[in-house]
Write a protein that binds this ligand. Sequence first.
Ligand code: SAM
Length: 301
Amino acid sequence: MAFLTRPPRQTSRSSERQARRRLGQHFLVDREVAARIVAAAELDDRPPVLEIGAGLGALTDLLREATDHLYLVEIDPGLVNVLLARYQADPAVVIIEGDVLRVDLPQLSGEASVYVVGNLPYSVASQILLRLVELRWWCPGAVVMLQEEVARRVAAKPGGHDYGVLTLLIQIYADVTWCFHVSRRSFSPMPRVESAVIRLHLHATPRVPMADLTLFQHLVRSLFQHRRKMIRNTLGGFLATVDVGAAEAGAVLHEAGIDASVRPEQVSLEEFAALTAAVLGRRPRQHEVAGSRRSRSRSPR
Ligand code: SAM
């Protein structure tokens, strides 16, 4: 066992309770669910594994059976002490104390790649998934449990109210598979919401041809602010923000092959990619925009 970032220390019971509330800790107590989560990860090749939010170790022993390089990241010092006591003698386990959103996991682990498994802290589950997308060069796959409502949004298909910005920002790089639902009775303390397990297969490059990722993200965020409005009524406003005339909305949609009367929640990833390319094709190049602004500012009136 190795320990990264600090030596063990004692914490008081009251600080542990406070941290538990703040971090929304709900520990898995159903062994069958734990076994199904690890089975869903399909770790047959015994890859290095990173467990996010190891907590009291509900998944950890099962993961240790499936790998000889196990990294546990946990933010709560009290729980880190529990993990230290349990895995002190095991040279294959490395405990990393810290915030998964902040620590440099590739650098700390020294691994070329890891498979991620975790029962995620629900309050930051979306952020953790977006962080995994950023780390896709290092993390080719993940099986995670999270709040069912968020899992539905991540795995959504076009056409329903679950489909939205989170869906597209993750699915641009990931194939998402729904694994199974988990009852809130499987946890202690019992959360108010149901849970679900999903699997992400992450690609290093976008799953569809993408002309400009930043423009795509900007476009998606903007259009989903009016998810129930027809796209021809909202695209113009977005176009004006990127120096394309609002009046070009119809032509841009036509070029992207998108029916002007659909709503954003009906537009597929491939169509959003085509829309991004069509918008990009009509954007003035940056020096032209700068030039026209400069000439306006020099105008006598
Ligand atoms: N894996 C354990 C289980 O299945 O019972 C615990 C899961 S519990 C839902 C989430 C765990 O993530 C907690 O142990 C919590 O302390 C930890 N955690 C919360 N926020 C974290 C963060 N930002 N970085 C790392 N761990 C975090």
